[in-house]
Design a protein around this ligand. Structure first.
Ligand code: HEM
Length: 448
């Protein structure tokens, strides 16, 4: 297989370069030539299934890829790692994500979202532009800190943690763009990275110690960690609890708001989609608070969110490392090689999505059409797959529907810049610039 000289294009637009290589190779496994690092790019859904599912044992996360190594420097050895500590963390945390438990959280989450959205009325009445990313972070934190962390972490602490995370995902960029640079060579973002990790610990460790003194019997993340016992009856070490706590704060906040930030430019550029979405929310929710029974009726909203996750999957790369030699798609993979899977690339390729692959079209996810045209199950895998499949999928779907329905039942919006932002290389798929909008209250919207 020829090596694709991807570096110059990757530096200009890393995300589009992955899509281009995928289209060029038509889904064959290709070796990227990134200096001394020569990972394989895997874009064919059938190969994705093999790596993440059928032969997952051969393809662990590995901690020497640029992404995982950076992530591990923040979150240590918990749920985002691999091996024994990951197994233990998954066993402790997975029960918190059971659908029955999450469904019971809809009403408290809806009230928290409504209260946070109501705070936007001041800016809306004054016609002041709002920073969409920042406001969505606040809304997400209000919902999640209440139901997942039992208000043990305040929203203002959570926002400070998110600001530190912001520093971290940006500080990772030089490493992601130059995966060839060894770790012992200091890079521009390293010092900021370390300072940001410390500031997160400074907030969360006191919260963790307080939870150890007063465990509580709730099923929030902190109570679950403090109550957890190993097979031989011991409690978790403080390091294990810290790693899982930091991981959980990171995954519950970062990805959700990043995905939802893309929605507004997308709606501004697809007015027909926007009109249908407004109509559905108007009919189902009207002017009151979104209630749990509304969610089942928000069919088009869900289609829009699926399509948003197709074109803007927060987890745009899912790196793995071959722990043994293998043959994948007819290509021999040597032990120790890095494998890059990219939901972003696969989900935009014409081979799986047709000539209109890059067009935003929620009809692709109309009920009953999920496998339209024989679409492969793994052609759309924004939440990963296999044993490391995202635990937060259902939670994201609930909270995203609540947030979108609440915002659009109260406001219409105009963007200060209506173009679709370019993407920025960071740990999650971020817009390259701030998205700002001016809100206009709807006639029936409650004012505070
Ligand atoms: C409420 C929000 C979310 C929570 C609580 C959450 C939680 C998690 C957790 C705990 C894992 C690790 C699972 C494991 O290793 O066993 C994970 C993995 C993952 N999540 Fe999420 N997540 C959320 C939102 C999202 C969103 C919005 C996306 C993408 C659009 C996403 C994409 C992924 C992917 C791709 C993986 C797999 C990574 C891999 O296989 O190496 N997550 N998530």
């Amino acid at each position: 297989m020829p090596a694709w000289k991807a570096l110059p294009a990757a530096v200009r637009d890393a995300h589009q370069a992955l899509v281009d290589v995928g289209n060029w190779s038509n889904g064959d496994v290709v070796r990227l030539s990134l200096g001394v690092s020569r990972p394989y790019l895997v874009t064919n859904p059938a190969h994705v299934q093999e790596v993440l599912h059928e032969r997952a044992a051969i393809y662990p996360r590995g901690d020497d890829t640029a992404l995982w190594r950076s992530v591990r420097k923040l979150v240590g050895d918990g749920i985002l790692a691999e091996g024994e500590s990951w197994v233990a963390s998954r066993r402790i945390l997975a029960p918190l994500f059971r659908p029955a438990r999450l469904n019971a959280m809809i009403e408290p989450m809806a009230s928290a979202v409504a209260a946070a959205v109501d705070e936007l009325h001041g800016a809306a009445s004054a016609g002041t532009p709002i920073d969409v990313g920042r406001e969505l972070s606040k809304i997400v934190c209000s919902a999640i800190m209440r139901v997942f962390f039992a208000d043990r972490i305040t929203v203002s602490d959570a926002l400070q943690i998110m600001a530190a995370q912001e520093m971290i995902v940006n500080a990772m960029a030089p490493r992601l763009l130059a995966p060839v640079v060894p770790w012992w060579i200091p890079m521009p973002g390293d010092r900021r990275f370390a300072a940001a990790v410390k500031s997160i610990d400074d907030i969360l460790l006191p919260v963790l110690r307080q939870a150890q003194r007063q465990p509580g019997d709730g099923d929030d993340v902190l109570s679950a960690l403090v109550r957890a016992r190993t097979d031989d009856g011991r409690g978790l070490s403080e390091k294990q609890m810290r790693d899982d706590l930091v991981s959980m704060v990171a995954v519950t906040t970062e990805t959700s708001y990043v995905v939802l930030t893309w929605l507004w430019p997308v709606l501004a550029n697809n007015p027909d989609v926007a009109t249908r979405l407004y109509d559905e929310i108007e009919q189902v929710v009207g002017g009151g608070q979104v209630r749990s029974h509304h969610l089942a009726e928000l069919t088009y909203t869900k289609m829009v969110l699926e399509e948003l996750l197709r074109l803007y999957p927060a987890g745009w790369i899912v790196p793995r490392r071959a722990a043994a030699a293998d043959i994948l798609g007819g290509v021999r993979i040597e032990k120790g090689t890095t494998i890059i899977l990219s939901p972003y690339a696969t989900q935009r390729m014409t081979a799986w999505w047709g000539p209109t692959a890059e067009v935003f079209d929620p009809e692709r996810f109309a009920p009953g059409r999920e496998d339209a045209g024989g679409r492969h199950r793994y052609a759309h895998y924004p939440f990963g797959a296999g044993m490391h499949r995202c635990l937060g999928e259902h939670l994201f779907n609930l909270e995203a529907s609540l947030i979108v329905a609440t915002l659009l039942s109260r406001f219409r919006f105009t963007l200060t810049d209506a173009s679709i932002p370019a993407t920025r290389v960071a740990a999650s798929l971020r817009p390259a610039r701030k998205v700002e909008m001016i809100l206009k209250p709807l006639a029936h919207s409650p004012t505070r």
